[in-house]
Design a protein. Structure first.
Length: 112
């Protein structure tokens, strides 16, 4: 009978220890669930922030492009630049140099 009571006490102590361990596991499970909920919320916020930043970057790019377009030349500027390039007065010194060099090369042959 003493042995049975000793074994029964050991079983009772073991059950109490197991009960304490189960309580710890349950409290850890609650913490894990809370951490999981926080992680999910954080992931959602991160996705929202990423979307907001992407939209802001798109808006910034759009504003930069609109600013660049405002600074680009319009049709009248292009026409003015083409006229300046085709202006014979700008090209006159080059043509004069070509004619003088041709005259300088042909004069010895013409005089002889």
């Amino acid at each position: 009978m003493k042995e049975f009571m000793g074994v029964l006490m050991d079983v009772k102590v073991s059950m109490a220890e197991l009960n304490g361990k189960v309580d710890k596991i349950i409290s850890i499970e609650e913490k894990v669930n809370n951490t999981y909920d926080i992680a999910k919320g954080t992931e959602r916020v991160a996705k929202d922030n990423k979307a907001i930043l992407a939209k802001k970057a798109d808006d910034d790019d759009l504003q930069r492009l609109q600013k660049d377009l405002k600074q680009k030349a319009d049709k009248s500027d292009v026409e003015r630049i083409v006229k300046e390039k085709d202006n014979w007065q700008k090209n006159l010194p080059a043509w004069a140099a070509v004619i003088l060099s041709l005259v300088a090369l042909l004069v010895p042959y013409l005089l002889t």
